[in-house]
Design a protein around this ligand. Structure first.
Ligand SMILES: [Zn+2]
Length: 261
């Protein structure tokens, strides 16, 4: 099937001397791996439209397996990420987690928009990149269909936020302090303010939520929550990019918390 779609290039693998296997997260068809003939040749019309982190308009022959890329025109380029290590590692992480959690040829329109918007914020704005990652992860969790239900206790249905701190990590539902006595395995306890922040993220545009003032302790807690939540539903994704990204986040934090003078 001959189709065209906007897409972001998330992975490239060299194949023979001048060819590549490209993995793109496309707007219309979700993740698609495709063969790009001669894309490494200097004169190839595919050369600029097959770089990792590029946002492109592509034309391809879409098949169940072995799709082929015919044309790819760069729309917006994010390769300036390579001039800032933290942005580069974050972009690599976003691409890898999308690659590892998405199924081939399954459309995820909202996640595509979130992904593109995150790249644009990284390119154009000065924001806390760690918080941006965590907000992206919350939206990813939503797109994966495992968004936590943070409205009421899943057992007694009560909605008093003062009693709702515990989240059952196998179902993604809240268990109030009273019902916790009945049920204890795989519970993660969250601060009330963090629950409020997570709800806020789900109700706002990323550009708004990334500028929210949130204490470092809550950021730490959210990081731990996201990690364990994704682990609980997906198992270990074995992401290569996360360790080095976390080191960069620590380095950035120590740099920004140093007195400026
Ligand atoms: Zn309850």
């Amino acid at each position: 099937m001959y189709v065209s779609t906007p897409a972001i290039i998330i992975k490239t693998q060299k194949y023979k001397e001048f060819d590549e296997i490209i993995t793109a997260f496309t707007k219309k068809f979700g993740k698609v791996s495709m063969f790009a003939h001669s894309s490494k040749r200097i004169k190839s019309k595919l050369l600029s439209g097959t770089q990792v982190f590029s946002y492109v308009d592509m034309e391809l022959d879409l098949r169940q397996t072995s799709s082929r890329l015919f044309n790819s025109k760069s729309n917006d380029s994010f390769y300036n990420f390579s001039q800032n290590l933290h942005k580069y590692y974050l972009a690599s992480y976003l691409c890898e987690i999308i690659d590892k959690t998405q199924t081939e040829n399954q459309t995820e329109l909202r996640l595509f928009d979130v992904f593109l918007q995150t790249f644009r914020i990284m390119k154009d704005k000065e924001v806390d990149l760690r918080l941006l990652r965590l907000i992206f992860e919350l939206h990813l969790i939503d797109a994966l269909g495992i968004k936590p239900n943070l409205l009421s206790c899943s057992i007694c249905r009560q909605t008093n936020p003062d009693l709702l701190h515990n989240i059952d990590m196998t179902t993604g539902t809240l268990v109030c302090d009273e019902c916790l006595k009945l049920k204890t395995p795989n519970i993660f306890t969250l601060d009330k303010n963090l629950i409020r922040f997570i709800k806020y993220v789900y109700n706002k545009n990323i550009e708004v939520s990334v500028n929210a003032k949130i204490s470092p302790i809550l950021v730490e807690m959210l990081d731990e929550f996201n990690y364990n939540y994704i682990l609980s539903f997906y198992g270990d994704l074995k992401l290569h990019s996360i360790e080095i990204l976390k080191q960069e986040e620590k380095y950035d934090k120590s740099r920004t918390s140093r007195p400026s003078n």
